[in-house]
Design a binder for this molecule. Structure first.
Ligand SMILES: NC(=O)c1ccc[n+]([C@@H]2O[C@H](COP(=O)([O-])OP(=O)(O)OC[C@H]3O[C@@H](n4cnc5c(N)ncnc54)[C@H](OP(=O)(O)O)[C@@H]3O)[C@@H](O)[C@H]2O)c1
Length: 223
């Protein structure tokens, strides 16, 4: 199963990495898929419009340009990725709840989050009952389509997991579906943070080389 509509709520670093990766692939489903992205500030809206001219870009999470197609098409192939910081997730879910509950229970979009620390139970308390929810934990190498991503579905999203995996597969060669939600915390500490640990190691090596007299530019090029 592949998505016919992708909506990114929040157009920051991670959303842009995912959208860039999806636009740079030749995957068969991408051309028939409506891609939308939202943000708050006009500056960000302008940046997103310039970067993704084929996408629908709006500052309104409930923009009919996103949701009118969702109601008239099959919404069960619509994936909504909440890409805001964790603090904004409850507000976004409550906002989306109003529109999701107008859709038939069997054809609700799949809501995906990428926040460490926000549980399926919390998401289900903010969204209408039976909304399929998938928690994801990607990492920054999705920017160069080399990410590693773990997924955990709610019970009502078990049949949607392939749909969500199809999206992440475009930017993440490694995808694992976890057997327990608590393992997402382990993933956040391991693959989620691993690139940062490696950069820290490289920086430490550059600092050590400098302290022994190697000029910075030479240290950087050799390490
Ligand atoms: N970056 C990573 O490597 C990484 C890895 C794994 C998971 N995550 C998770 O991914 C999420 C996003 O991270 P990020 O680094 O992409 O954050 P970010 O760059 O700060 O982007 C957040 C975006 O959310 C938008 N936003 C905030 N409230 C909104 C609302 N009510 N409606 C619509 N848009 C809203 C912001 O809009 P404005 O720009 O207009 O303010 C901004 O574009 C976080 O939960 C983070 O924990 C990130």
């Amino acid at each position: 199963s592949t998505p016919n509509q992708l909506t990114f709520i929040g157009g920051g670093c991670l959303a842009q990495a995912l959208i860039s990766g999806i636009y740079s692939t030749n995957t068969s489903w991408r051309d028939g898929c409506k891609i939308s992205v939202t943000a708050r500030r006009q500056e960000r809206i302008d940046e997103l419009k310039a970067k993704f001219p084929l996408a629908t870009v709006t500052s309104n999470n409930l923009d009919p340009a996103i949701w009118s197609t969702a109601t008239s098409q099959q919404s069960d192939s619509h994936v909504v990725l909440i890409c805001t910081l964790p603090i904004d997730v409850p507000k976004v879910c409550l906002e989306l709840a109003g529109i999701i509950k107008t859709l038939d229970v069997t054809s609700r979009p799949t809501v995906v989050t990428m926040c460490p620390g926000i549980s399926v139970a919390q998401l289900q308390s903010w969204l209408p009952e039976e909304t399929p929810v998938v928690r994801s934990m990607p990492n920054t190498p999705v920017m160069c389509r080399q990410g590693a991503t773990a997924l955990f579905p709610s019970d009502s999203a078990l049949s949607r997991i392939e749909l969500v995996a199809a999206v992440f597969r475009e930017v993440s060669p490694a995808i694992s579906v976890l057997p327990q939600e608590s393992l997402l915390d382990v993933v956040a500490a391991i693959s989620g943070s691993a690139p940062a640990h490696f950069y820290y190691l490289i920086e430490s090596m550059i600092t050590a080389a400098e302290s022994h007299g190697l000029p910075t530019d030479i240290a950087r090029s050799l390490i």
